[in-house]
Design a protein around this ligand. Structure first.
Ligand code: NCD
Length: 302
């Protein structure tokens, strides 16, 4: 039995296979309509979500399966003090596969140790978000054709942004990826990323989005993660530190992709949405194909 807790749980070759399957699903969706007949997906969301939870549920429904679950800790037995370990033992009796989001780093890992069904990490605190990474990779591959030799800028909250951590961990495995990490000093990537994940790779840390923009093939914007700040004043001070608008985007190359895992707050003005380089709503669409491919792969039905 396999889980997906970290993007590195899939090798580069396995990731490639999964993206190829997602592509086939995109092109021939009706062929997959009954692949999961009789299967049940549980979504265990201890933290708010729109895209991730609904895209998992939509993916299972498009495969012919059914879904159950909860969308907040308050509506589960966690509010009575039940541990993640006990909850997953219970869910293993009701479902064939589960996707879990939890505010604590490592929660999905704990669940996997006590589970009889595959566990998908749908976000654990400020740590990892591997299914967003697969979605990001799929979007970059389908619009750029490759990952090697690209310059990618990550902008915003690189400290708490789990989608950033997962995508960087995945991209360092491809040749000649150049990373430009754009953040205020307070929101730099965590030290383990500099000292371990990024060590020996081609990266620079800068504070100016305007200076980085002309060099980028891909710009990955992120939201300042309000819920992970220790105090509100600090968040208020940081919240609008980067705002990409139409006039700023003129500094970027004509074929630079603009990605964002969403939800956005102020960091991308709505006047960017019509620019052909804005790919964040396509990312959402791609998340469906990728999660369908992932469910099939983990259930050994691919
Ligand atoms: C992200 C997350 O939950 O980490 N959202 C998502 O799943 N697409 C990004 C965010 O909340 O900022």
């Amino acid at each position: 039995m396999r889980h997906l807790l970290n993007p590195l749980d899939f090798t580069v070759e396995e990731t490639e296979q999964l993206l190829n399957l997602a592509k086939d699903i995109e092109e021939n969706r009706s062929r997959y309509a009954h692949k999961c007949d009789g299967k049940v997906l549980a979504t265990l969301f201890y933290e708010p979500s729109t895209r991730t939870r609904l895209s998992f549920e939509s993916s299972m429904l498009h495969l012919g399966g059914t879904c159950l679950g909860f969308s907040s800790a308050g509506s589960s037995s966690a509010s009575k003090g039940e541990s993640v370990a006990d909850t997953i033992r219970v869910i293993s009796c009701y479902a064939d596969i589960c996707a879990m989001r939890h505010p604590k780093e490592g929660a999905a890992k704990v669940a996997s140790l006590h589970s009889r069904i595959p566990v998908i990490n749908a976000g654990d605190g400020g740590h990892q978000h591997p299914t967003q990474t697969l979605t990001d990779l799929y979007t970059i591959r389908s619009l750029k054709g490759h990952f090697d030799n690209i310059t990618i800028g990550f902008c915003g909250d690189l400290k708490y942004g789990r989608t950033v951590h997962s995508l960087i961990e995945s991209l360092v495995r491809y040749p000649n990826v150049h990373f430009i990490l754009i953040s205020p000093p307070e929101l730099r990537v965590p030290s383990y990323m500099r000292d371990d994940v990024l060590k020996g790779f081609d990266y620079e840390e800068v504070t100016s989005l305007e200076e980085a923009l002309p060099k980028l093939d891909v710009l990955y914007m992120t939201r300042i993660q309000r819920e992970r700040f220790f105090n509100e004043e600090e968040y208020e001070r940081m919240k609008d530190c980067y705002i990409l608008n139409r006039s700023k985007l003129q500094l970027a190359p004509k074929d630079c992709l603009v990605l964002h895992p969403l939800p956005r707050v102020n960091e991308i003005s709505v006047d960017v949405d019509d620019d052909p380089r804005a790919a964040y709503f396509r990312q959402v669409q791609n998340g469906l194909y990728v999660r369908m491919a992932l469910i099939l792969t983990l259930l050994d039905l691919a």
